[in-house]
Design a protein around this ligand. Structure first.
Ligand code: LHQ
Length: 259
């Protein structure tokens, strides 16, 4: 779409940038759909092997644009969620490739849960995650009520969701909600390095890891053991497994191709 969402290829990394910095990248009509399309394209483009999601300016994302008439009090908020947010979160979680979120400054409301829907979150020390919903009479959406307890446990998820207090980057790290905290001036470099590194790894294996870890949240052990067996059978037939083993035996770096 418009330049409110930037989608750029950088080698095998697809960079998706929320680009409305004057409104802290609040999501207005069309932005969530454009982001969803970007993730869907990433799924079907074999040249894309990782996605890097970030926000332009001082914030990651302030969530839904509250000045959008579509979410004015009395409007059908469920319609906006069904049209914009649910398909985006589904597309991110269904993408069998790693998604890195680089979070600088505030990630509020749907913006916080968008970050938590990524596979690996790298946060600047300045970052804070705010489940701002209850402050305006709503509940966490964009998968927040599903993801938060899985990331931080029921008690902390409840406190975050009910109180809407900012969760600072270091605390989010200590609680296991995110992968890493870096100094603000290192965020761009550190997140790009990580996305590039993931893009050079065996993509099919990373996709299988993502799918299996997610399935494990609801499957029992037997189902999960069967899933691991089936996925390992598939992965054992990939080029990258052959390359990985050959490189190991030859004591050289593997050159994975994502197939
Ligand atoms: C904004 C926003 C914003 C518009 C900052 N909208 N302009 C889904 C679909 C259906 C229904 C509704 O909900 C959802 C999901 C959601 O995401 S609901 C939750 C929505 N988000 C929030 O409640 C957060 C609202 N924002 C804030 O609390 C603050 O702006 C934060 C804490 C994010 C940042 O505070 P400051 O650093 O002090 O910045 P600021 O407040 O001065 O914001 C800068 C500008 O951005 C300002 O515009 P202005 O023209 O005055 O400079 C804000 O109005 C605008 N802005 N968030 N969500």
């Amino acid at each position: 779409m418009s330049e409110r969402l930037l989608v750029e290829r950088d080698g095998a990394v697809l960079r998706v940038t929320l680009n409305r910095p004057e409104k802290l990248n609040a999501i207005d009509a069309g932005m969530a759909e454009a982001a969803r399309h970007a993730f869907e394209r990433a799924a079907s483009d074999s040249g894309v092997r990782a996605v890097l999601l970030s926000g332009a300016g001082r914030a990651f994302c302030a969530g839904q644009d509250l000045s959008d008439p579509a979410v004015a009090p009395g409007a059908d908020l469920g319609a906006t969620i069904e049209r914009a947010y649910n398909p985006l979160i589904r597309a991110m979680r269904a993408l069998p490739k790693p998604v890195v979120a680089a979070v600088r400054g505030v990630a509020a409301g749907a913006g916080a849960n968008l970050a938590f829907a990524a596979d690996i979150v790298v946060a600047a020390r300045s970052a804070k995650f705010v489940e701002a919903f209850a402050r305006i009479g709503l509940l966490p959406d964009s998968g927040g009520t599903w993801m938060l307890p899985r990331l931080v446990g029921h008690a902390r998820a409840t406190g975050l969701a009910m109180l809407g207090e900012p969760l600072a980057a270091e605390q989010a790290l200590a609680w296991g909600a995110i992968w890493r905290v870096v100094d603000d001036d290192r965020l761009d470099e550190a997140s790009a390095e990580l996305a590039e590194r993931l893009a050079g790894m065996p993509t099919r294996a990373l996709g299988a890891i993502k799918t299996a870890l997610q399935a494990g949240w609801s499957d029992d052990l037997d189902a999960q053991l069967a899933r691991e067996r089936d996925a390992q059978r598939d992965l054992g037939a990939t080029y990258d497994y052959g390359e990985g083993v050959e490189a190991f035996i030859a004591k050289r770096e593997a050159r994975f191709e994502g197939r």
